[in-house]
Write a protein that binds this ligand. Structure first.
Ligand SMILES: [Zn+2]
Length: 215
């Protein structure tokens, strides 16, 4: 998996500096994010003066430009210019994680908080546990074996090791980066989400289904 995520201010829910849809000469398919004034600083379309805007010596920064997080800021209003924003795993690991997990959990234009990620991961894990227990429903039925004892979650099967556990880890934020990935024990938020939220929720879903409770 790549160590850079391309995002934008909307996704990061930040107030963006003013941009323009055209250059002084008219043509700007991706819009104008800002203008380099006197080669010294860059200002947004809201802060640039008319004189500067029409000065042919000043060049523009287009909206399809890429800036490293936190982005290029307007020298006047200090808001980030409306360009693509690159977030590096090595530099902003937490933000990178939030963006990656937002996509993993189906939110492509949002940067979920850690709490929201935990909540969504929990829901998914519950559903997986519920679905996983479904096939045994007929076997046990109402008032059957599960009435007084908890069913065993089959964690010793090949299906668990090869399919379920990796899936659960991935919805909690572990990356499958090849051999050895899951032997590591990261002491971070991912580890907490996996152990306290996802694992527990999976079991709850499994038990509820086995015991015939509504999802
Ligand atoms: Zn500005």
């Amino acid at each position: 998996m790549s160590d850079i995520i391309v995002t934008d201010n909307d996704t990061l829910d930040r107030e963006t500096a003013v941009s323009k849809s055209q250059t002084p000469n008219g043509h700007a398919p991706y819009g104008v994010a800002g203008m380099f004034v006197d080669d010294a600083h860059i200002v947004c379309a809201g802060c640039v003066s008319d004189e500067e805007w029409h000065n042919e010596d000043n060049s523009v920064m287009f909206g399809d430009a890429e800036s490293d997080y936190p982005g290029t800021l307007c020298a006047d209003c200090e808001k980030p210019l409306d360009t693509h924003i690159l977030v590096y795993k090595s530099q902003d690991p937490k933000l990178f994680f939030r963006l990656r997990m937002s996509e993993e959990l189906g939110e492509y234009n949002e940067c979920l908080t850690i709490e929201q990620i935990a909540e969504k991961a929990k829901e998914k894990a519950y559903e997986m546990g519920y679905a996983e227990a479904s096939p045994i429903e007929g076997e046990y039925g109402e008032g059957g074996e599960f009435a007084d004892s908890k069913p065993e979650v089959p964690t010793d099967s090949a299906r668990w090791a090869n399919i379920l556990a990796p899936k659960l880890r991935s919805i909690a934020g572990y990356e499958d980066s090849g051999y050895g990935t899951y032997q590591e024990l990261p002491i971070d938020v991912v580890h907490d989400i996996y152990n306290e939220d996802v694992s527990t929720a999976f079991r709850e879903g499994y038990y509820d289904c086995a015991e015939g409770k509504e999802q």
